[in-house]
Design a protein around this ligand. Sequence first.
Ligand SMILES: Nc1ncnc2c1ncn2[C@@H]1O[C@H](COP(=O)(O)OP(=O)(O)OP(=O)(O)O)[C@@H](O)[C@H]1O
Ligand SMILES: [Mg+2]
Length: 362
Amino acid sequence: MKLDQNDLRAALNELRYPGTDLTLESAEIIDDLRVKNDEVLIRLHWPTPFQASHRSAREAVEGKLKEIGVKKTHFQEQVEIPAQARQGENSLLPGVRNIIAVASGKGGVGKSTVSANLALSLARAGAAVGLMDADVYGPSMGLMLGAAGRPVMADEKTLIPIDAQGIRLMSMAFLSGDDTPVIWRGPMVHGLIQQFLSNVAWGELDYLVIDLPPGTGDAQLTLTQLAPLSGSVIVTTPQEVSLIDARKGLRMFQQVNVPVLGVVENMSYFVDPASGNRTDIFGHGGGKRTAGELSIPFLGEVPIDPEVARGGDEGMPIVRKNPESPAAQAIAVIAEKVAGQLAELAIKGRGSAALHLDWDDN
Ligand SMILES: Nc1ncnc2c1ncn2[C@@H]1O[C@H](COP(=O)(O)OP(=O)(O)OP(=O)(O)O)[C@@H](O)[C@H]1O
Ligand SMILES: [Mg+2]
């Protein structure tokens, strides 16, 4: 049987990238496709760094091609995280492909915990990740990631982020004390946030995660105005009071046209390690309900786990400390969903995505 490009395209037409609406073809994930006799060479550009997604997409492609008589499929794979359209030339952060703000209306719900573990999940999957601790009065990222020290100056004005477990991290915690460079001492929240964006050598990043202070005040406003945010993640707990605050956070982002990637319900339930029994300490499911009511995605539930808190205190976030634990697994799934949604936003924002099918050997 002689196969040509059209047969292959028809066979692969419906396949989607796991966890997204993106079809492999129209989203240009299939970058090139060559056929020779009954063998196919296919070049793929993965839009998220997660290998489990790559594997399942690869298997789906192989399966479909086998059905139409392809004997062997060869793959050439490359991870290429797409940049958001708004990360253009005029952006304060032109080298940063995606900027994720982690926010909540209420304090203490686990923003910093989610930020650190989300950043680490993306970095462990192989992405270039930065983490900006925008909580200038209560910075916690240095502690949570076990990083300390003083950032080196790249030039008179620019600081180089500290490497924290493979993440480029910047936090006010690194800048307190008398030897802090003068320009970093004077400004109030607005100025500091601005400097975090323009006077830090973030370099080329696939994802910059921003851990916000609680509420909808100055820091949040400044950020939504200055940084070309790609999307936000709203963290809540199942309690009603915290959900009301989460709704405020959602509205803030909606007003400034920052896509809300979804809601995370943290401290959602507790599993007794001895018995395996699950208890919904604060009630449960409120995050999902709120997301449904507001028509935004629900990203997942993270259980209460003393190891999460200990990991934060010890500078060893749960996704590293115990990646098999339910809390770590929940955050890993959230990270995949966030990456998938950002890829969708970036690729759909490109406008018409034409498939490059340059040549055919037959
Ligand atoms: N899933 C969890 N299980 C157990 N403890 C948790 C969990 N999530 C967060 N914590 C703990 O709850 C406390 C508050 O978390 P965290 O600092 O991440 O919240 P936050 O929203 O960033 O707070 P703030 O508003 O002060 O910035 C921390 O001690 C943290 O270790
Ligand atoms: Mg915090």
